[in-house]
Design a protein around this ligand. Structure first.
Ligand SMILES: [Zn+2]
Length: 113
């Protein structure tokens, strides 16, 4: 599996390029980055899955590889502003591959009364 931005993680060399079908990747099923950011901004619950490359937003799967650097900046801006409705359970221990230095646990601890 690829772990770089701006690609489909499951598209192999020689495959036909992925396409977006009703906001979902034709290969991996991820929703579009635009929809992912819009859902985060709308307050949908973000549920990490114990992996550094995917999560659920609501019931929609997101592979971080589909994000562009611009989408990553948007996500990190929302995250650092406390505007990501992150599910509070043990899976949050895993930081996304595009921002391995995120101290998610420390941030959550600081928010807990
Ligand atoms: Zn894909």
């Amino acid at each position: 599996m690829k772990k770089t931005l701006d690609c489909c993680p499951y598209q192999e060399d020689g495959d036909l390029p992925f396409t977006w079908i009703e906001d979902h990747c034709s290969i991996c099923g991820s929703i579009t980055p635009q929809l992912a950011i819009a859902m985060i901004q709308a307050g949908w619950l973000v549920s990490p899955l114990g992996k550094d490359y995917k999560c659920y937003i609501g019931h929609e799967l997101v592979y971080f590889q589909h994000l562009s650097p611009s989408h990553v900046r948007s996500f990190l801006g929302l995250f650092l502003a406390g505007k990501v409705n992150l599910r509070k359970d043990s899976y949050i221990l895993i930081a996304p591959f595009f921002a391995p230095s995120i101290k998610i646990v420390d941030i959550l601890k600081s928010l807990t009364p």
